[in-house]
Design a protein around this ligand. Sequence first.
Ligand code: F6R
Length: 593
Amino acid sequence: MCGIIACRTREPAIGYLLTALGRLEYRGYDSVGVAVRTTGGDIARLRTVGRIGTLEHRFRQWAGPVLDGAGIGHTRWATHGPVTEANAHPHNDCPGRISVVHNGTIENADRLRDVLRAQGHRFTSTVDSEVLSHLIEDASQTTPDLCEAVRQALDAVEGSWALAVLERGSGRIVVAADGSPLIVAHTARGDFAASDIAAIADWVEEFQVLDDGEVIDLSAAHRSVDEDRPSPTMVRCIWHSADTDLNGYADHMAKEIDEQPAVAARVIDELGGGVADGSLWTGLGLDRFDRLQVIACGTSLNAGMVIGNTLHQLAGLPVTRCVASEAGMDVPEPGTLCLAISQSGETADVLNAVSARVAERCPILAVTNSSHSTLARRADGVVSCSAGPEIGVAATKTFVCQIIAGVAVTVSALAATGRISRSHAAALVDDLRRLPDQLAAAATVAKSVVPPLADEFLEATGFIFISRGAGLPYAAEGALKLKELTYRWAEHYPAGELKHGPLALVGDGTPVVVVDNGDPRLATNIAEVQARGGRIVRIGSIGSSVPVIDDALGPWGPIQSAVAVQVLARTTALALGRDVDKPRNLAKSVTVQ
Ligand code: F6R
């Protein structure tokens, strides 16, 4: 959610900035901008509404002063203020002496703006981030060192930030983070800072993650050693830009759907060996638990409910579902393990919920796709879902990998604490090992039978997804995928709930997608829909409209249906002319509350 990049490189910075911004675009694509030092020491700033392509085009035609190797860039997901060029980052101070890019939220921006305006500062945008430029300008009057001025300015700020500040003349760049992710890497090509390793992976072998409250000079030449802080832990970069190439696919979503069997196999290989003997669980060093609270948002919450259902079905333990943005409404009971699930590990709602649980002394187990993320660092135990980079804004392969990783650690915990036998756990691992083939078969079937259905539904204004029991999180995921990609209404309900209200929505031809978990009562619910003219699409076993599910389901329910709902959402969205990788109004890694 907003991506930032900063670099001081031996070669011109602009090439690095544009490449990195292209890779950060999944974090927001409302506007994009850069500020680059010229060889004469000025700052050239270029901003455009929309996507990186427009900015690239303007640089291809650049006839301004020669640009050198220091620059900052930003790709925006609008929060404060409309999508305009004036609101695009970087934001300057009054004399244009510094430029700032920021990811996060300044909670006391209104008050700070009033004070700064009264002091004579001129604002040119309506975004909260611009107060940072003027605060730093103010601090620089008394504190000429940029690093110190940034530190001083941030003392007045409430909220969260990852920011980079470029200074005219010196070309110094200072970066800082608190509550928003920022990584820093020093390489043979130069020094980099970015919101996400994916932006700079090609140029970096290892990197450090900034701690909350850290302010550092990006250039090694200027870096002062803060004796109060331990030397940074370096993380090896295991990502490559090739992992994010389309490799002949039309879009990242198509590629990521197809990657699911392979990444599922990888997670099972990584974790499967520690399940039956309980070592995956005992290795985490967490206490025995008597109940589980799942904390997550969106697709990750759906994955969490699959994991919770599995635990409940196997051991009868109580499971609660906590929508992270509403975590204040729940107080976990003693003996609760909090399972925090987040692909990015940077979702602000999840991090806030986790902080509250830490204060309540609740142990946190994180399942995340980013083992250096803030969530991973805050949790008491971490299990990686190892899905690899997911570029499509709509989660696909991470959903499947979160389920497998979460189920693996849950079953391991049950085996380690004697709640299920080791032989039962071993049988479940065997079932998990069958998943890659099942997912591959589901993709083949779905891709052949879903397109005609999608064509049939182009005029449909709304969709209903129903299921029961272990199928419900998959119905929820189907509705979420469909609405975020097609911009059509899609809701999910427990099938038994239809008659208590939602059935009023069903008329002639209303699409009702049934995720068939094998519950015989679904037949009655299907009949109720058909009697009102509804159009049933059943994702189930042989004989269904989308026959992707085997008869024998694991306790995690009809996971193959995930592939079918992904294909349905993507195919319908494409037929409607939508951008399936970058749905409107959305972004990945939601770092605002
Ligand atoms: C939907 C989707 C979102 C995310 C949600 C949580 O396709 O991707 O609903 O699942 O924003 O994100 P993470 O998992 O990064 O915490």
